[in-house]
Design a binder for this molecule. Structure first.
Ligand code: ADE
Length: 225
């Protein structure tokens, strides 16, 4: 998979890809992530990427021309399955969407700033608009990093234990059951006996039951889906 991220703040997006699982995925060539500074696609000395909005009102709007230049350049080099725009008025990201996107070959992720992008960018180029939740960030970069993390960890070979993404919370609309590690007793608090029993069918049943109870208690909305 190849991800091209278009941003006015590439430095904000460097570190998530320089540590841990994402770094390893890149080193193992399981994914390529390329950052594109929108200012490199501007004309004129001021490297202007935004302007006042027509009709008046507070806040600047990202202009179409640099975005067009950047996307057109990328599209002349290869085909893209999606152009994703990170925006608080997009569809809220969930595990299903992350699964879907993880099957794409090449995607562009566009990070918004200020009041967002000129509507014509959305009409012309964008195939999918994604929000990471009902709150407003100062830009789409952190949202893009979250999307990339959720997607990249699903790519084959990225996680060591291939099955571990399958047992994630949300993967089957259930929250994950509680987990324990050594010691079996800590300051009087004991690990549930069943987990030490070695009876794996029974342990599996217990985990399913715990997952269901947790979901019922914390996220009953997931069970209605
Ligand atoms: N940009 C600003 N806020 C955002 C959000 N909640 N999701 C995605 N992109 C954003």
């Amino acid at each position: 998979m190849r991800i091209d991220i278009i941003t006015v703040l590439p430095e904000l997006l460097k570190s998530p890809f320089e540590a841990s699982i994402l770094k390893r995925a890149i080193e193992k060539d399981l994914v390529e992530v390329h950052l594109h500074n929108l200012r490199d696609y501007t004309t004129g000395n001021y490297k202007q990427v935004d302007d006042y909005q027509f009709g008046g009102g507070a806040g600047m709007v990202m202009m179409i021309e640099p975005i067009d230049k950047c996307i057109s350049q990328l599209k002349s080099e290869r085909e893209y399955d999606e152009v994703i725009y990170m925006t608080p008025d997009g569809k809220t990201l969930n595990q299903g969407m992350a699964n879907e996107i993880s099957m794409k070959k090449n995607i562009i992720v566009l990070c918004g700033h200020y009041k967002g992008v000129d509507q014509r960018v959305r009409d012309m180029f964008v195939t999918r608009e994604i929000s990471i939740g009902d709150y407003v960030l100062s830009g789409g970069e952190l949202a893009a990093a979250i999307l990339c993390d959720a997607v990249i960890r699903l790519l084959p070979g990225v996680l060591n234990d291939e099955t571990s993404a399958l047992t994630d919370t949300f993967q089957d609309n259930l929250l994950a059951p509680p987990v324990y590690t050594r010691p079996a007793e800590y300051k009087g608090m004991e690990v549930p006996k069943i987990l030490l029993s070695g009876n794996f069918p029974k342990i599996e049943k217990w985990r399913e039951q715990q997952a269901l109870e947790r979901t019922q208690e914390r996220r009953p909305d997931l069970l209605e889906k």
